[in-house]
Structure formats: C-alpha cells, structure tokens
Design a protein around this ligand. Structure first.
Ligand SMILES: *Cc1c(COP(=O)(O)O)cnc(C)c1O
Length: 225
C-alpha cells in the first residue's frame, strides 16, 4: 500500500488552507487506521449505517463528515458525534438536525448541497431553493445548527471545461450568499468541492474542502461488502 506517498502527494497539490477529507466509504476500520496514522483526521462517509457502525471502532479524535444524502429519520444516529454534514437539502432536514443536536447539547455545522452538475440527480438545491432555505432558517430559532457554507458535486466527465464551469458557479453562489446573508459571519466560509478526478480544478476555483476517496484508498470494491 502506497498510502503514505499518495497522501503526501495530494497534500503537496492542495494549499495548506484547504482541508482534505478522506472518503472512507466501503473501507474497513484497518484501512482507515492506516490513513489516520499518516496524520489524516477528517474522514467522510455517505451512509449513516456505515458511519455509525465504524465510528465507535475508531479513534475518538477523528472528525466524521456525512457527505452523502441524509434522510431525516437517520439524523439521530450521527447527531452525537458528526463533525460536519455536507448534504443539507431541505429545511425539514435542517430542523431535524437542530432537534437532535439540541438533545445532544451540541451545535452541528452544516453545508447546503447545491445542485451544479448537468446529470440528473435527486439531490441538491437550486440557487433559488438555497436562498429560500436560508431565509427560512434566518426566520427560525434554530440555535443548534450553524450554516458554514456550501457543497457541490460536478458532472463526472473528462471535459475539464464543464467541470471548471460548474465549480465556478458554486463559488459564485457561495459569494452571493456570503454577501447577502453572512457578511459578518466568519463561520460561513466553506466550499466543499473536488473529488479524486477533479480536486485540482476545484482548488483552483476556490474549494476549501476536498473529498477524496479513490486516490487515497484505491478503487472501491462494492462487492466485498
Ligand atoms: C464517494 C464520494 C466522494 C469521493 O469520490 P472519489 O472519486 O473516490 O474520490 C466524494 N464526495 C462524495 C459525495 C462521495 O459520495
């Protein structure tokens, strides 16, 4: 396993201010520990079941990121420990996160997932929907969630121009939101964009968090599970 070299290479390609989240879906606790031992403390999972099973088996100083679609009825399983939820796509979900965070006496940081790809996908908000959500949020009294930025997934394509355009549009959306609603809010600062195939472009376009799985752990084998 060339984890060490690969991680060092990725870290050398992204500015120190950009956070690397190692996407550990389908990986075993042993595989995760290997990467953890290289100094990586941020790990991302896309399934609640998998995340809540692994979390108690691994070091408690790991910052766990929920990066995949989150169903309202599953928030309670990750609320005690999750560090950042990247995939908020409705006010209903945000309200449930607030409820569960309150029960755990925590404030949970969240990103709004914005739809930027050309592909049809069920998940993510349009810019307009995101703005409505922020206005609803501002008119509510949710004290146990904090909106800290946006997340997006670009089209899976070799066409660099398409990907770059999509990342640019997410950065623009972020800038508009910042300007309109979060001007004096230091916490609203994150743009989660960039995966194995496109993180270099994402960083050039202003990403603050990259989510990388395959480049760190190798190709995923879904049949193993
Ligand atoms: C799986 C996944 C990633 C990582 O993808 P790789 O191509 O393996 O780097 C990033 N973000 C999300 C939302 C994912 O589901």
């Amino acid at each position: 396993m060339a984890n060490k070299d690969v991680i060092q290479e990725i870290l050398s390609l992204i500015p120190a201010s950009v956070r690397l989240v190692a996407v550990s879906k389908t990986r075993t606790p042993d595989e995760i520990i290997e990467v953890y031992n290289e100094g990586i403390k941020d790990f991302g999972e896309n399934k609640v079941q998998e995340l809540s099973t692994k979390q108690p088996l691994l070091p408690s100083d790991i910052r766990w990121h929920q990066i995949g679609h989150l169903q309202t009825n599953k928030v309670k399983y990750i609320a005690p420990f999750v560090h950042l939820i990247h995939s908020v796509d409705s006010i209903k979900l945000l309200k449930e996160i607030n409820t569960q965070a309150l029960k755990n006496d925590r404030v949970i940081d969240c990103l709004l997932q914005i739809y930027i790809a050309k592909e049809e996908t069920k998940f993510g908000l349009s810019d307009q929907e995101a703005i409505e959500l922020i206005e609803d949020f501002n008119n509510s009294e949710m004290k146990n969630v904090r909106l800290v930025g946006v997340m997006g997934i670009a089209t899976y394509t070799e066409n660099e121009k398409t990907v770059r355009k999509e990342f640019k549009s997410l950065k623009q959306t972020f800038d508009q939101m910042k300007d309109l609603y979060f001007k004096n809010d230091e916490a609203f600062r994150e743009i989660s964009m960039g995966m194995t195939s496109d993180y270099r472009i994402a960083v050039e376009e202003g990403s603050t968090i990259v989510r990388i799985g395959t480049a760190i752990f190798g190709t995923r084998d879904y049949s193993k599970k």
